[in-house]
Design a protein around this ligand. Structure first.
Ligand code: ATP
Ligand code: LTN
Length: 331
């Protein structure tokens, strides 16, 4: 029965261009899990504000992300799709959790350290520092059991579990302590031009990522120009991060094992691998791109869908928030 299903919560920021890493690390798995859970898939627009955004671009990116969720196979009949900023409970619970989170814990978050170091820590926003607490609020508000994300989110998820346990310990059982789901393949897709750094949508270099809305010829060109390693053997060894990444993408896109793909390319060079991989990726992304572009032709329908999602999300969020407030003596 629908209401006996365990819950999933996950989200993506509407910043930059959605890429193959977001698809393989997150979206593809959301779709696969969709039938077995009650799902809340959020457009985390408040998280996007932690670094400067142009309001005009942000509006466009929010709709684009909604279209991409649906185009990847998120079914609004099975999943609640909504915007974080439309459910005020996210920001409110974040405040309550701020008061149980510790400065030391947030200071250890590697994503903050990486992102803040780019512009100097002193000028990073307080929002960027507090980002993992808002993320914890997102999930705990729905009492979600499972959070499907890419490898880079592991540390944030551990903090989320700590905050849930701490709150429950201090004020009585309130929140489900969520489990993390990280896929076996595709959990950490690396940049095409620099395979020691993660493929990232905030990268200023489009050649580093394959965007889900890239034209097929652009995808082919980006893969053809992707960095390769010395020695031409197609093997995913630690001293060959570029080839390991290409093989990892191949495996995640096809569901095949890396070893099997390596065997197929024995005695062949990088050129062959890249040519075939480009076709695998183009074939996998073409239907997503086409569906997303078609959905974007009707922005009013996308907006209406997000509004319906927010109304459903609010019902669950209000109950949890009410309980959390009461536990704290705010009833
Ligand atoms: P930004 O560069 O703006 O921080 P991002 O590319 O890291 O963005 P997020 O919105 O932070 O993307 O991530 C959305 C989801 O995609 C998360 O579950 C995250 O773990 C996953 N993800 C992001 N990058 C990758 C990647 N390179 N490989 C696999 N999964 C990824
Ligand atoms: N921080 C996440 C995005 C995110 C999220 C969440 C993921 C915000 N809230 C709740 C899972 C659950 C990221 O991928 N950068």
């Amino acid at each position: 029965m629908q209401n006996e299903k365990r819950r999933i919560f996950s989200g993506i920021m509407p910043s930059g261009n959605l890429h193959l890493g977001n698809y393989l690390g997150a979206l593809k798995n959301w779709v696969a899990l969709q039938d077995d859970y009650e799902n809340y898939y959020c457009i985390v627009d408040l998280h996007a504000l932690t670094v400067p955004q142009d309001p005009k671009v942000l509006r466009v990116k929010i709709r684009e992300l909604a279209a991409i969720y649906l185009a990847c196979g998120i079914d609004p009949e099975k999943s609640v799709v909504f915007r974080q900023s439309r459910v005020s409970g996210h920001a409110e619970l974040a405040w309550l959790l701020n008061c149980v989170a510790k400065v030391g814990e947030l200071s250890r978050m590697t994503q903050f350290k990486d992102k803040a170091s780019k512009g100097g820590t002193d000028s990073a926003s307080v929002g960027l520092y507090d980002y993992p607490v808002l993320q914890a609020a997102d999930v705990l508000l729905y009492n979600a059991h499972l959070v499907p994300v890419g490898e880079d989110q592991r540390q944030h998820l551990e903090l989320m579990r700590t905050l849930a346990r701490r709150f429950n310990g201090l004020y009585g059982e309130t929140f489900v302590v969520p489990d993390i789901f990280v896929p076996e393949a595709g959990a950490r897709v690396m940049a095409l031009d620099e395979p020691t750094t993660k493929m990232s949508k905030s990268s200023p270099t489009p050649a580093s990522y394959i965007a889900l809305l890239d034209d097929p010829d652009v995808v082919r060109r980006k893969i053809r120009r992707a960095k390769t390693d010395s020695r031409s053997e197609v093997k995913a060894s630690p001293d060959k991060p570029a080839i390991a990444n290409l093989l990892g993408i191949y495996a995640a896109m096809t569901g095949r094992k890396v070893a099997e793909i390596e065997a197929e390319y024995e005695g062949r060079g990088y050129g062959d691998l890249k040519k075939d991989l480009a076709e695998v990726v183009v074939e996998g992304l073409a239907p997503i791109r086409e569906r997303a572009l078609a959905l974007l032709d009707d922005p009013a329908e996308l907006d209406a869908l997000l509004d319906r999602g927010a109304a459903k999300a609010r019902e669950v969020a209000d109950t949890t928030l009410h309980d959390a407030r009461a536990k704290l003596g705010l009833d």
